[in-house]
Design a binder for this molecule. Structure first.
Ligand code: MN
Length: 251
């Protein structure tokens, strides 16, 4: 039988425009047949990302305004709104209450609320959401501003508690899991507690490493294999499950 790397996979959160050669990074994801969601961090980056992924088979681009950039770029929110009709995918968006970004948390909440409201108005959007040190606030805002039937949320690199995760599941959220999350005991326990039909994989490349270099979509089978070990199933079944979860999410 083929191993996981030959039957494709899903990288539902990476930053292909942050590699030295953006076009080559897209081409490698296509060649590896990895269903890839490449996120953007500012709406100004959107037109180029959109142009390069218009005719790709496996790579889709998401329109974002990263919470870590809100302090400097909240004024790009109208531009984000203008581009929204051009895509079904939104990200990277969310909140970051870590020490470096705490100062802009109120501005981040304003931006994130507006993004959730516009997505709810539009309907059918799929969001990849950052929630560093802010999971309860992120879930409160999703609950208040994006009714489940108006859009879908994938929590990227989720580091909340098991009870946060239960709440997220009840709100309809999915979880995209990267290798960093599978390395700690806490991460493994959390992953084991998630419903298997809500699990996707991601690399968050180039922000995670594999063998001392930035991870990229063709590396996502490594995350799937780690997940398979945690859940006690074969890598092949894991990849099939993730592909099936992706179909349900986008279907
Ligand atoms: Mn990211």
């Amino acid at each position: 039988m083929s191993d996981a790397s030959t039957i494709g996979g899903v990288d539902f959160h990476c930053h292909l425009d942050l590699y030295p050669d953006h076009e080559a990074a897209i081409a490698r994801a296509e060649a590896a047949r990895i269903y890839t969601l490449t996120v953007t961090t500012t709406p100004k980056a959107w037109p180029r990302n959109h142009e390069l992924t218009r005719h790709t088979r496996y790579v889709r681009a998401a329109l974002g305004l990263h919470p870590q950039l809100v302090a400097d770029r909240a004024d790009e929110l109208p531009l984000w709104e203008r581009h929204l009709p051009e895509t079904r995918y939104v990200g990277e968006v969310g909140l970051d209450a870590g020490p470096r970004f705490y100062k802009s948390l109120e501005a981040q909440k304003h931006v994130f609320q507006r993004i959730l409201e516009r997505c709810a108005d539009a309907g059918g959007k799929i969001l990849t959401v950052h929630s560093v040190r802010s999971v309860p606030a992120v879930l409160d805002m999703i609950e208040a501003h994006l009714p489940r039937e108006r859009g879908s949320v994938v929590l990227h690199w989720f580091t909340g508690s098991k009870s946060d995760a239960r709440r997220a599941v009840a709100l309809g959220c999915y979880f995209s899991i990267n290798t960093e999350m599978t390395r700690t005991d806490r991460g493994r326990k959390l992953i084991g507690s998630l419903p298997q039909d809500r699990i996707l994989t991601e690399t968050d490349g180039p922000f995670t490493q594999l063998d001392g270099r930035p991870a990229a979509p063709p590396d996502v089978p490594v995350a799937a294999a780690s997940l398979a070990r945690i859940l006690g199933i074969s890598p092949q079944s894991m990849v099939k499950m993730i592909m099936s979860n992706l179909r349900t999410l986008v279907g």
